[in-house]
Write a protein that binds this ligand. Structure first.
Ligand code: ATP
Ligand code: MG
Length: 410
């Protein structure tokens, strides 16, 4: 082949080999290291269904990335293997996507309606009518239905717990079929929003998935890397480093896998044949910056103006600002953009919100005679974030705007 500009990219392909599919969040591995006990416990509870009996309801808690969804999907595959006769129906639903009582009842009902023309429509019926249709359909045969409601807190926060109440008491209206529920939440406090009767029925059994520690994450990564990479492209040292970094943060397997994927992409793009520490560090920075940028993009306009004001000050060397100074710059930006300004009190609240998001750092400083003020500082990279803010159409009038440097007379 003749020398061409494509050469270096073609060459890297053959050195660095990975199967991207296996590193995707949607991939369900055949093995879930360090969740064997949870799987066994669930198997023990749910095995009742294979005997034609109704298993206890289960409530699963655990912080994000602790394998909750992976485990219930794994169980789904196991049921498929074990239950050739299809006596057990295992229905997975994500309540962030199906987030209305109507949607949940309709979704369950339609799994039991084969004739397309008889399907429950997306809208148009009353929820009670859909419930009755569901009961009728379910009860056509003797069967056990296990309904998994993932992110169950989302539907409760949005619509209250009526839907859970209905699904929990559905067995009273059924004579042949039996229904049990598995609820999953990463919000440990969510049961406080439930009616005590719903709470106690839903949590016949409770399970908690703890965050993974560094060693556990390393095992998870090693297992995944074995499937995804060839030719030793993901050496042990790199996997240990990724595991350690992810454990320091939250013990979140999703983060660890993201870090592995991005590190691999950087190594590949660089034409290297394996992941090295340098790629991991760069991947970490890249992911952090992406997270910050996403957070900034989704801020309401008023908060964007405040943040921009803080950054414009930083640009001219004012790094530690009082609330008053932030407010003055904010007013100036409002004037230039034609956005109506909020009160200083409200701006102070928004600064606290930016602080909670980790975008600014506000520290309370006391000075003589019990006086107190805040010292506010951006904790995001100036240039990258300013670029994102300036893309907002509403902020068009202040693109490229610079503050005048304050000259203090001595
Ligand atoms: N024990 C494990 N072994 C292998 N992969 C795992 C394990 N635990 C989690 N994962 C992987 O980590 C990612 C996140 O896991 P999962 O989606 O199950 O988290 P979750 O607990 O449902 O989090 P959330 O509360 O945010 O929904 C998935 O890609 C999953 O395959
Ligand atoms: Mg999940």
């Amino acid at each position: 082949m003749e020398e061409s500009i494509f050469q270096p990219y073609l060459a890297t392909k053959s050195i660095f080999r990975m199967d991207r599919e296996i590193l995707r969040p949607s991939y369900i591995p055949d093995k879930l290291p360090h969740r064997e006990d949870h799987i066994e416990q669930l198997a023990q509870i749910l095995a009742q269904a294979l005997k034609g009996e109704r298993p206890s309801n289960v409530l699963i808690f655990g912080k994000t990335g602790t394998g909750k969804t992976a485990v219930v999907k794994y169980i789904e595959n196991e049921f498929r293997k074990a239950d050739a006769a299809r006596m057990v129906h295992y229905l997975y639903m994500n309540c962030e996507i199906v987030d209305t009582p109507y949607g949940v009842l309709q979704g369950i009902g339609n799994r039991f309606i084969e004739n397309f023309n008889q399907r429950i429509p997306f809208t148009g019926l009353s929820t009670d009518r859909v419930y009755n249709l569901l009961v009728e359909k379910l009860d056509e045969e003797k069967r056990v239905v296990i309904i998994v409601l993932d992110e169950i807190d989302k539907i409760v926060l949005k619509n209250g717990d009526d839907i859970l109440y209905q699904l929990l008491k559905i067995n009273d209206d059924l004579s042949r079929a039996r229904v049990s529920l598995i609820g999953i939440s990463n919000d440990l406090k969510f049961t406080e929003y439930l009616d005590p009767r719903v709470r106690s029925r839903l949590s016949d059994e409770k399970m908690v998935f703890p965050p993974y520690n560094a060693e556990e994450l390393r095992d998870i990564l090693t297992e995944r890397a074995r499937l995804a990479f060839d030719n030793g492209a993901a050496p042990e040292a790199a996997l240990s480093l990724i595991a350690a970094l992810a454990a320091q943060e939250h013990g979140d397997a999703r983060r660890a896998l993201d870090l592995l994927r991005v590190s691999a992409e950087l190594a590949e793009r660089n034409g290297d044949d394996r992941i090295a520490e340098e790629h991991v560090q760069r991947a970490k920075n890249k992911i952090e910056l992406d997270t910050v940028i996403e957070a900034v993009k989704s801020l309401p306009t008023q908060s964007k103006l405040i943040l921009l004001g803080i950054l414009l000050n930083e640009e001219v060397g004012n790094t530690k600002l009082t609330t008053g100074e932030v407010y003055t710059t904010y007013r100036e930006l409002c004037r230039r953009t034609g956005i109506s300004p909020l009160t200083q009190r409200r701006v102070t609240d928004l600064i606290s919100e930016l602080d909670m998001l980790g975008l600014v750092h506000a520290r309370v400083r006391s000075f003589g005679r019990g006086g107190r003020t805040k010292e506010i500082q951006a904790s995001v990279p100036l240039l990258d974030v300013k670029k994102v803010l300036e893309k907002d159409e509403l902020l068009a009038e202040v693109r490229g705007y610079r503050l005048k440097v304050q000259t203090t007379l001595i």
